[in-house]
Design a protein around this ligand. Structure first.
Ligand code: SER
Length: 932
């Protein structure tokens, strides 16, 4: 069976059981409410996007859903290249939120696996595990096995929480949050016949350890709320103390079937690389090899096959990550992506002998294998290919530098082993895996200190593990120390701020902040409805005030968590209540009395919101204008929309020219003058928005119904932000800067409306002041600057002429004897050091026993150069060492070769002192070298 067939069969089966097909979440772990799950680097399971549904803080469109989720897990990256470990894989899942539970989850799974209408697997080749205490799961499985003619004792095995609880080990260790036992289904993959009764738990464990049983499906029964608190709040890694595990208000199901693995065993193949998910990629790598004159044929040698598998795995992960908005970088997700790309490039370069960039070409293979199931791959083709190509080119340059670093390190060794720290640095900074360093060291007959390497490696792993992987699935759910929630407080806030900036609402939640002196005046509060926009999609949150009969709060910012809007406030007035300085217990009493749960007038700071609105609409105009001027590869890669300015990051390989900047600015301003209405379609099916050409944000997650902001025919974007009514309100638009934000990503900062007016005034003032300095009018400034530059150039040339004319005379500068050698110390003002070094060459050529030292002062900096004659060198004078000591006196450093070296100093006022010290320093050097 192909992965295509399996994907479709799975979804169709669960559709036939009243499940709704739901799109995959982004690889960047946004949940269904659009909130980024900070506890995870990547989306690694089907349930991640649904956390708000499991906890009941948001309602699913239907209580039964089914998905194919794109997943990235990099925990086992060193095993990738074998026949089954993958960094990117697809997980098939069915979910019940408070609807069916264990019985039905198990019978659904059974029917799908066994029925000839679906997968038609032979139950003799299947078995299952359950959590050791889960009698209920056993009761469900037993009759199924028995009915099919098997002894349940040889088919159901009870195991501990490390394998049969989700999250793993959460039964005893937490973290707090929903959790539950699971039941895993295994497939017999060994060549010998599947075992028959009697077959014990021990037999199962032995065979599983030998890889004969392969897990294909995990059914999780989310049923409890794990309660507890950190053992030590200051040391979260010490884990949690369990306080209880009450049942959840409703029970849920989360299942996950590995697509590639299951398709492999269904097709009777032994490796995921033989499936349709991989074959086109391997074929593509072969043809890339042909184009570079390297014959690559999968299956012809183990070393080559392994490298091709690693490349095939990593190209899938890289392509999907970039399509979802991850770009190579030095931290977090970007770093993981960068390491994957580098690992693949190294394999291609070193093992396969691909001397030219090749990785981006493998993209076509991924497109052929998965493009029909994931339209984003074709939509983002240009960004993906360009990013991969840039990253590989950059890395190939880094590799050359790493080669130099390694050779230097090898040259400076004398019989010792290469330090493990250097080997690790080569791995971590230059991307050299240990095998490569080891190979090169072997060629040079040098060993590596492997213990030291291991220590450096483990330390780095410990640090990166701290950034979290799957074990943290619920880590963001901790509760505040003191808080109160009104009995009928809604779990999600109704946002009214598209239509109104002022609203009568009710305060329903409050969490005061504490400092060392007890409660501060700060707190966060939630309302049942709010006009305050919560930070998202780059747009900053609103500020303003909340006014009640008995108190007043200043709103400093607004954020949302799983659909609940939190207003960060300062309590300005609370009649008859003391808040500030109160200890937690007494403040809790005030909160429990319900004193805060009142009707409030919620008022957004309207002028500020108006400025934000202008910048948001300007951002859409800018995005569309960039695509017109630079091309359709331009995609948003991040933004900031505030009252003061906007910042827009977008994918584009090189700096924009000034003509391009002028064109973009002009187009945006023309659009503003058109005064086109800005129309919002609040609730559109995503397919319709796509069909109408709406641009989606890079890396953002969308549900099946979206909000689309349309500016005539000029721009359509999916966007939850607030906008002006017609483009005229944007006012003037000015680009303030264009720069590089990351490799392959440019950044524009711009201002609109009032901010643009202020910027223009400031620039005009600057011009006026500059003109005054040159005693001219602003419009005459350029010719005036040209005149000044020309005068300066002429003065420099005259000076140089004068100096070179005096060449002979200056060469006769007084030489100070030092033993049998001599030294000259010359000072030049306003010249660059390279302009004087030829004079030093001449001097030592004529006087081989001479050390010639020169200093050139430019402003408050000084440069030194030193040239040592051949005889002086033979007697132990060393230019690099001398110039370093001299430069130290002038607050600097440098050095270099024995015959010639330069150095810089930050404090030019010490130049004379430094030159004066040179003869003594030379003397000491000769004494030490003992050749005089
Ligand atoms: N969350 C479970 C897993 O990832 C089942 O989908 O294995």
């Amino acid at each position: 069976m192909t992965t295509r067939d399996l994907r479709e069969k799975y979804l169709a089966f669960f559709e036939s059981k009243a499940h709704l097909r739901h799109p995959s979440g982004s690889l960047i772990p946004y949940d269904v409410t659009g909130r980024l799950d900070e506890s995870l680097l990547f989306n690694g399971a089907g349930m991640v996007q649904f956390k708000p549904y499991f906890r009941g803080v948001a309602r699913p469109p239907q209580p039964r859903l089914t998905t194919v989720q794109k997943c990235v897990r990099t925990g086992d990256i060193e095993s990738v290249g074998d026949l089954s470990h993958l960094t990117f894989f697809e997980m098939l899942g069915n979910f019940s939120f408070g609807d069916y539970f264990k019985a039905q989850a198990i019978t659904f799974a059974w029917e799908f696996l066994i029925s000839s209408e679906w997968l038609g697997l032979d139950p003799a080749r299947l078995c299952c595990t359950i959590f050791e205490d889960d009698d209920e799961a056993e009761r469900e499985w037993e009759p199924l096995w028995r009915g099919a003619g098997f002894d349940p004792e040889a088919k159901i095995f009870r195991l501990g929480e490390d394998t049969n609880y989700w999250p793993a080990n959460s039964f005893t260790q937490g973290p707090p949050g929903p959790c539950g036992p699971n039941s895993e289904i295994f497939y017999w993959t060994a060549a010998e016949p599947a075992p028959v009764s009697p077959y014990t738990r021990e037999d199962y464990l032995r065979d599983e350890a030998q890889g004969k049983w392969l897990e294909i499906w995990n059914l999780v029964f989310i049923q409890f709320e794990w309660e507890g608190r950190l053992k030590n709040a200051a040391r979260p890694h010490e884990g949690y103390e369990k306080e209880g595990m009450p049942p959840l208000p409703f029970q849920s199901v989360d299942t996950g079937m590995g697509l590639e693995r299951t398709a492999t065993v269904l097709a009777g193949q032994s490796s995921v690389y033989e499936t349709d998910a991989f074959l086109p990629i391997l074929r593509r790598i072969e043809s890339v090899g042909d184009a570079q004159g390297v014959t690559l044929r999968y299956g012809s040698s183990e070393a080559q096959d392994m490298a091709m598998r690693i490349i095939a795995d990593h190209i899938r992960t890289a392509v999907f990550c970039i399509a979802d908005g991850v770009l190579p970088g030095n931290t977090g997700r970007g770093y993981v992506l960068r390491r994957l790309i580098r690992r693949a490039v190294l394999k291609g370069q070193r093992t396969l002998g691909l001397t030219e960039p090749f990785f981006h070409e493998a993209y076509e293979g991924v497109l052929a294998a998965l493009g029909d199931a994931y339209p984003e791959l074709a939509e983002r083709r240009e960004v993906i290919v360009q990013t991969l190509r840039n990253e590989e080119t950059l890395f190939r340059r880094t590799l050359e530098q790493g080669d130099v670093r390694l050779r230097e390190a090898l040259e400076s060794l004398q019989g010792e082993r290469l330090s493990g720290r250097i080997a690790f640095q080569l791995y971590d900074t230059y991307g050299f895996p240990l095998e490569v360093t080891r190979e090169l060291c072997e060629e040079a007959g040098v060993e590596i200190d492997l213990d030291e390497y291991e220590r450096a490696f483990e330390e780095a792993q410990r640090l990166s593990r701290a950034s979290g992987d799957m074990e943290n699935v619920y880590a963001d759910l901790g509760a505040a120390a003191v808080s109160a929630t009104a009995p009928d407080a809604p779990e999600v806030t109704a946002f009214e701020g598209y239509e109104h900036l002022r609203e009568t609402a009710r305060l329903t939640r409050i969490e005061p902040h504490f400092g060392s002196e007890g409660a501060s005046r700060r707190a966060r509060v939630a309302l049942d409805r709010t006009p305050f926009y919560a930070e998202s999609g780059g747009q900053v949150g609103d500020t303003g005030r909340l006014l009640a009969d008995a108190f007043e709060m200043r709103v400093l910012g607004t954020r949302k968590e799983s659909g609940l809007f939190w207003h960060e406030v300062e309590i300005v007035r609370a009649d008859g209540q003391r808040i500030e300085g109160q200890p937690p217990e007494s403040l809790q009493k005030v909160l429990d009395s319900g004193w805060f749960f009142r009707s409030v007038e919620a008022e957004v700071d309207a002028p500020r919101r108006a400025r934000i609105r202008r910048h948001h609409t300007a951002t859409h105009l800018l995005h569309a204008a960039l695509r017109q001027v630079l091309g359709r590869h331009v995609t948003q890669a991040g933004s900031y929309v505030g009252p003061d300015r906007l910042r827009f990051d977008f994918t584009h390989g090189q700096a924009m020219t000034s003509d391009e900047l002028v064109a973009v600015e002009r187009i945006v301003n023309e659009q503003a003058l058109e005064n086109t209405p800005v129309v919002t379609h609040a609730d559109l099916p995503i397919e319709e928005a796509r069909a109408r050409g709406a641009m989606a944000l890079f890396g953002e997650k969308y549900g099946d119904r979206v909000r689309m902001v349309e500016i005539g025919e000029f721009s359509r974007e999916l966007c939850g932000g607030t906008h002006v009514r017609t483009t005229g309100e944007v006012g003037l638009f000015k680009i303030v800067s264009e720069s590089s934000a990351a490799s392959g990503v440019r950044r524009i900062e711009a201002v609109a409306g009032e901010a643009a007016g202020a910027w223009v005034q400031e620039q005009t003032q600057l011009l006026r002041e500059a003109a005054e300095k040159l005693k001219t009018a602003p419009r005459e400034l350029l010719p005036a600057i040209d005149r000044h530059l020309e005068a300066l150039r002429k003065a420099k040339a005259d000076l140089q002429k004068a100096l070179s004319g005096k060449g002979e005379a200056l060469a006769a500068v007084e030489a100070i004897p030092v033993g049998t050698l001599e030294i000259t110390c010359e000072l030049f003002d306003g010249l660059e050091i390279k302009q004087v070094t030829s004079r030093l060459d001449q001097a030592v050529a004529q006087h081989p026993n001479r050390v010639a030292l020169a200093a050139a002062v430019e402003g408050d900096k000084v440069q030194f150069a030193c040239k040592v004659g051949s005889e002086a060198g033979a007697r132990g004078a060393h230019a690099g060492n001398l110039v370093r000591e001299v430069a130290k006196i002038a607050g600097g450093g440098g050095g270099g070769r024995p015959d010639f070296a330069t150095a810089g100093g930050k404090d030019a006022s010490k130049t004379a002192e430094a030159l004066a010290a040179a003869p003594k320093l030379l003397e000491a050097m000769l004494d030490a070298s003992n050749v005089r």
